[in-house]
Design a protein around this ligand. Sequence first.
Ligand code: HPA
Length: 234
Amino acid sequence: MTIHIGAAKEDIAETVLLPGDPYRAKWAAETFLSDVRLVNEVRGMLGFTGTWKGHRVTIQGSGMGMPSLSIYVNELIRDFDAQTLIRIGSCGAMQDKIKLRDVIVAMTASTLSTPSRGIFKELNFAPCADWALLRAAVNAAEAKGSTPHVGGIYSSDVFYDERPDLNEQMVRHGILGVEMEAAELYNLAARHRRRALAVLTVSDHLITGEALPSDQRERSFAEMVEIALEAAFS
Ligand code: HPA
């Protein structure tokens, strides 16, 4: 047990999927896993462990933003020995060619700052995905007939961003989408030599202003969960 995860060590699998929303964790566990057990409910940040095609998997909510994700991922790595950590979440598209419901696989994650700023200081560390996981996710997506966008994303600290100039620079530099967690996941995985990836579904579009209605979010989320599970065990 840790401060934020009230599970026994053996309750957490080596492979952990991390949606931001704890109710998404519940939905994904109930939809895709067998023999599902609730393993964490501290602060309502639900975590479930079950099996997928015979492999043990934990699906643990990470909360919104890098400070929250950092708490869960630090504890999952240091105390529960998680080896493979895949964020499954939503993002806002930043390029015209990207459409609502498209899947983005994040090769890198740019930021203004992360909880790791204190150790990197003036260094602009480049947080990147695990290559084998990234390749496996792209293969899994293509096998489903979907064509994921693969490239850099932007992990922002603010949802209600009052600095449109920064988003403009991200768009100009080909960044595919904006979310709020992946960069610190990649930092922590690099530090502790674990495998990490972020697979994202486009829920809104920063250029067109479109957004997915809530009833359609769930269905597009399903494809991403399947891609993450296939990638983890390929
Ligand atoms: N901004 C930041 N995070 C997000 C967004 C967004 O537009 N959409 C989904 N996560």
